[in-house]
Design a protein around this ligand. Structure first.
Ligand code: FAQ
Length: 308
């Protein structure tokens, strides 16, 4: 009876668009749903540093090196905000990281694809950050206060990241014939995995119903995917590049692009650990985590000594 009352009052707050804050009563399901999503989001930011960091030493100019370095540092910062937001729900960061290492927690499938060329760094900024922003702008209105506020800050930085990528794509597509071909090749490899970032079709999205009811998610996977396609196709046209989808076509009636079917077998294979770089990404994270153990120990000792 008491629980029923809490759930009723809670839903009323959600329906009235009142943000839920860490000390507020909330159903266990809401708490666990958020811990799962926010921690997966945090893992994505941190694992997402790997394909790009690999290019810092090979950036073609000092300017592009400085920009990429700042971008990768920003991703680490986003991971920190998000782990902190998950901690406000009672989750322990070491527990969340353990789950990542044990492959019990997911992270965005896109980061299991390799960045093979400099123009892949352009495509990641343009398409991957572009897709991430489309999703995150909508999450700025999510019902949990700390997550929503983290998203506002993150979106500001992500839009800079998207421009960094687009700038590289402009340079490559206006460069030599070979450079333009590299840009096209990056678009060919990153287009479909970027569309997969929005998750399965709404009809196969097991988490959506509750997430929408609780206003954790404000828009559906398919809605956001369509939004991303509609804004990105004209950008590809501007670059003089071709989206690798023969079924892509403007639909006057819908005022949107029709597009081909995503390879869902590939999506689930990559989500479930079978992508080209899944094992590499996790191994790298485990090793970096082990290497950093002395820093964490030193910080704990320091705080025991001075933060009383
Ligand atoms: N990859 O029922 P749904 C970034 C899982 S940030 C892997 O639809 P939901 C910044 C899903 O977790 C990118 N797994 O689930 C950057 C669930 O598994 P579970 C990350 C996926 O949660 C840029 C199952 O499939 N952004 O890129 C994926 O309602 C450049 C069923 O799916 C966020 O995390 C996927 N693509 O919707 C960094 C945003 N899709 O947990 C560096 C926050 C689905 O039941 C460089 N998250 N799954 O075992 C969300 O908005 C949602 O969690 C979705 C998935 C939309 C990702």
């Amino acid at each position: 009876m008491v629980k029923k009352n809490i759930n009723y009052k809670f839903q009323k707050r959600i329906d009235n668009n009142i943000k839920i804050e860490p000390r507020d009563d909330m159903p266990d399901g809401y708490r666990f749903h958020l811990i799962r999503q926010i921690s997966q989001h945090a893992h994505s930011e941190v694992i997402g540093m790997q394909p790009e960091a690999n290019w810092i030493t090979r950036a073609p100019s000092l300017r592009s090196k400085k920009i990429l370095l700042a971008k990768v540092q920003d991703e680490a910062g986003h991971g920190l905000y998000l782990y902190s937001a998950a901690e406000t729900l009672g989750a322990s960061r070491s527990d969340l990281i353990n789950k990542l290492h044990l492959k019990e927690a997911k992270y965005a499938s896109i980061f299991n694809y390799p960045a093979l060329t400099w123009s892949d760094i352009g495509a990641i900024g343009w398409l991957v950050d572009g897709a991430a922003i489309t999703n995150q702008v909508s999450l700025q209105k999510t019902s949990y206060g700390p997550y929503s506020r983290a998203m506002i800050k993150i979106c500001k930085e992500e839009s800079f990241h998207q421009r960094q990528g687009f700038e590289i794509m402009i340079k490559m597509s206006q460069g030599t014939k070979e450079q333009k071909q590299m840009a096209q090749d990056s678009l060919n490899r990153f287009w479909w995995p970027s569309l997969m970032m929005f998750g399965p079709h709404d009809s196969d999205s097991t988490r959506s119903e509750r997430a929408i009811k609780w206003k954790i998610k404000r828009e559906s996977n398919d809605f956001l995917r369509q939004k991303f396609i509609d804004k990105t196709v004209p950008q590809a046209d501007f670059l003089g590049l071709t989206i690798p989808d023969k079924k892509l076509k403007w639909n006057e009636k819908r005022n949107s692009y029709d597009f081909g079917e995503i390879n869902w077998n590939e999506f689930w294979r990559v989500v479930n650990g079978g992508g080209p770089c899944n094992q590499k990404r996790i191994n790298h994270h485990i090793n970096a985590h082990k290497d950093g153990e002395w820093v964490r120990k030193a910080l704990i000792k320091y705080s025991e000594k001075y933060d009383k």
